[in-house]
Design a protein. Structure first.
Length: 184
C-alpha cells in the first residue's frame, strides 16, 4: 500500500476499513486542520478529530472516488465549523494558544506553516474579508478544494464561488497596496 490517495487505492482498500481510514486520515488531516484553524475554531485539533469520527462510519459508502471523498470530508468540516460558530455565539469565551504549554515533541503542521507567515499576518489579511469570502478562500487554498466542491459545500453556484474568490483576492490586493503605501 502506498500513501498516495488515488481512486485505485480507494478501490483496493474497500473492505479494509482500518487501512482505508488510515490513508484518508493521513491524506486529509493537515488540510482539514489548516481549514479549521484559519476559520477560527476554538480547538481546531479536537474539531478535526470530530470530523474524522463522523467520516469513519461512512467511509466505505462514499461515492465519487477521491474527489467525492475530499468533498465529503470538507463538507463535514464545514458543518463542524458552522456548529463551532453557533457554539461560540452562545458562549463566546476564547482562550489563547500558549506555545509553552504545548507538550508535543514534534513540530505540528500548524507550527511549520506559521514559521513561513506569522499568524497575525494571516488573521489580519482574513479580517478584511467578508465571511463568505473567507470561507471560499480557506476552502480553496487551505482545503485544496475545487470551485465545484466549494459550491456544493456552501450551497452556492460555481459562478458565485468564482465571484466571491475574485472579490476576495481583489480585496486582499487592495488591502496590501494600501498597507504598503502607508508604510512608505
Amino acid at each position: 500500500m502506498t500513501d498516495a490517495l488515488t481512486d485505485d487505492a480507494l478501490r483496493a482498500l474497500r473492505g479494509h476499513k482500518a487501512e482505508l481510514f488510515s490513508l484518508v486520515y493521513r491524506s486529509y488531516a493537515s488540510p482539514v486542520l489548516g481549514y479549521l484553524t484559519a476559520r477560527g475554531a476554538d480547538d481546531p485539533e479536537a474539531t478535526m478529530q470530530d470530523v474524522f469520527l463522523a467520516v469513519l462510519p461512512r467511509i466505505e459508502t462514499i461515492s465519487g472516488g477521491v474527489q467525492g471523498l475530499r468533498t465529503f470530508v470538507f463538507s463535514v468540516a464545514h458543518a463542524r465549523m458552522v456548529d463551532e460558530y453557533r457554539k461560540q455565539k452562545r458562549a463566546p469565551v476564547r482562550l489563547s494558544f500558549e506555545p509553552g504549554l504545548d507538550g508535543r515533541e514534534e513540530q505540528s503542521a500548524e507550527e511549520a506553516a506559521m514559521l513561513l507567515v506569522s499568524p497575525g499576518e494571516v488573521l489580519e489579511l482574513l479580517d478584511v474579508l467578508a465571511e463568505d469570502q473567507k470561507e471560499v478562500l480557506t476552502l480553496r487554498i487551505i482545503g485544496g478544494l475545487t470551485v465545484d466542491q466549494v459550491a456544493e459545500i456552501m450551497g452556492k453556484t460555481a459562478g458565485a464561488v468564482k465571484q466571491l474568490q475574485r472579490r476576495a483576492l481583489n480585496r486582499l490586493r487592495e488591502h496590501s497596496a494600501v498597507k504598503e503605501y502607508v508604510t512608505q
